[in-house]
Design a binder for this molecule. Structure first.
Ligand SMILES: Cc1cc2nc3c(=O)[nH]c(=O)nc-3n(C[C@H](O)[C@H](O)[C@H](O)COP(=O)(O)OP(=O)(O)OC[C@H]3O[C@@H](n4cnc5c(N)ncnc54)[C@H](O)[C@@H]3O)c2cc1C
Length: 366
């Protein structure tokens, strides 16, 4: 009887087991054909070339979203209003036929638009309009939106690849705690050159590592300012002379941006950025704000000022080839630093590598 009393209630209990963890299709470690590290324009372009050829791709980035240096800072002002400013790439031009075709697709999708900006030079407080130049384009409604559009919904964010491991079948991409992120037969690094060197130093052919290590990149400090209303300046962007800043722009003048609060961005010269490379943001901010005010003559109070340091902003000595690939090892590298510090260069590099890998997999699917 005591046994019956004990067992019966248990028979009537609903069967509860620990819930099985549901596999997350995006974040679960998985096996794929090509793993691409870096969802900037080069990585996203490489992924597109591969997906267009029907090849399975995992695109993985340490950031919170796609785009890399196609970057937009979102700002919450003291009064709760939202502002935004592109603090990386400012605009891009389109010179090759292939890039112009891709751009036409982004424009049709609402992810990019021409920016018919009033540009010129600013020297000693005097603005001189520039001669009519080729059309410039921007991501809409912000630069980072173009990265998101290109990378698509299947990219994995917030995952920093800390180490690569070569296996008999391909590559294992490991995270900071040594956890397996992705396993792939081929791996592509679409990250700035110094970060390629860090990841490849012990796993790639010395000649490939040496070629990437010879690339030189320059840093860039950016300052972002928000104002209640438009600054009374007769331009949307200016190349500045005789200042710690070499470029300032009225971000709010770009297509699709909210007009108010009015945001501006300034980029320091490479010389200033190198000299202040290890400065804290607190130290750099007043210097860059003062440079902005001195260049523009504006003393309008700012609602918000922030700075950002791009350690690997611009390739000052590029590789001189669209990409590198060790076909036998299943390893490729691409990025703007292969061809030059431009958005189009990143796209061209990623597309060329993606097409080469797709071609080789078509001819040797094993
Ligand atoms: C301040 C500034 C101004 C610029 N102005 C212009 C301009 O006006 N016009 C123009 O054409 N170009 C401009 N550029 C250059 C342009 O932004 C770049 O050429 C282009 O965006 C580079 O793309 P990418 O894909 O090669 O690299 P990135 O955009 O740098 O992408 C690399 C990605 O790799 C990720 N990553 C790095 N390491 C890891 C890791 N270990 N694990 C996972 N993910 C990783 C990063 O998070 C990043 O998203 C500017 C750049 C800067 C910084």
């Amino acid at each position: 009887m005591p046994l019956f009393i004990y067992v019966l209630p248990r028979l009537w209990q609903p069967i509860i087991t620990d819930p099985e963890p549901m596999p997350d299709p995006i974040n679960a470690p998985h096996q794929t054909t090509v793993a691409i590290i870096g969802a900037g324009i080069a990585g996203a372009a490489c992924a597109k070339a591969l997906r267009d050829a029907g090849i399975a791709v995992a695109l993985i980035d340490k950031g919170r979203g796609a785009g890399g240096r196609l970057a937009t800072r979102r700002i919450t002002l003291g009064d709760g209003r939202q502002a935004q400013v592109d603090h990386g790439a400012q605009y891009f031009t389109a010179r090759s036929e292939g890039f112009r075709t891709a751009l036409a697709g982004w424009i049709a999708a609402g992810a990019a638009a021409p920016w018919p900006a009033r540009l010129g030079t600013l020297a000693a407080g005097r603005f001189t309009p520039g001669a009519e130049a080729e059309m410039r384009y921007v991501g809409t409604p912000r630069m980072s939106a173009l990265g998101s559009h290109m990378a698509g919904s299947a990219a994995r964010y917030g995952q920093r690849v800390a180490r690569l491991e070569k296996t008999g079948e391909g590559w294992r991409l490991l995270g900071e705690a040594g956890e397996l992120l992705v396993q792939a037969t081929q791996v592509v690094l679409a990250v700035p050159a110094p970060q390629v060197v860090e990841l490849l130093a012990s796993v790639a052919a010395p000649a490939m590592v040496a070629a990437v290590a010879a690339v030189e990149t320059a840093p860039c400090w950016a300052v972002m300012l928000s104002f209640d209303g438009p600054l009374p300046l007769p331009f949307d962007g200016a190349f500045v002379e005789g200042s710690p800043l070499r470029w300032i722009a009225r971000d709010a003048a770009k297509p699709g941006r909210p007009g108010t609060p009015e945001t501006w961005v300034g980029h320091a010269t490479p010389e200033w950025s190198v000299e202040h490379l290890e400065a804290t943001p607190e130290a750099a901010l007043p210097l860059l704000e003062a440079a902005f005010r001195s260049a523009t003559g504006s003393d309008t109070a700012a609602l918000h000022v922030a700075v950002h340091r791009w350690r690997y902003a611009l390739a000052s000595r590029p590789l001189g080839a669209s990409h590198l690939r060790d076909a036998a090892a299943g390893l490729g590298v691409c990025g703007d630093w292969c061809l030059g510090p431009r958005v189009e260069a990143g796209w061209t590099s990623g597309t060329a590598l993606g097409e080469e890998i797709a071609g080789s997999l078509r001819s040797d699917p094993s």
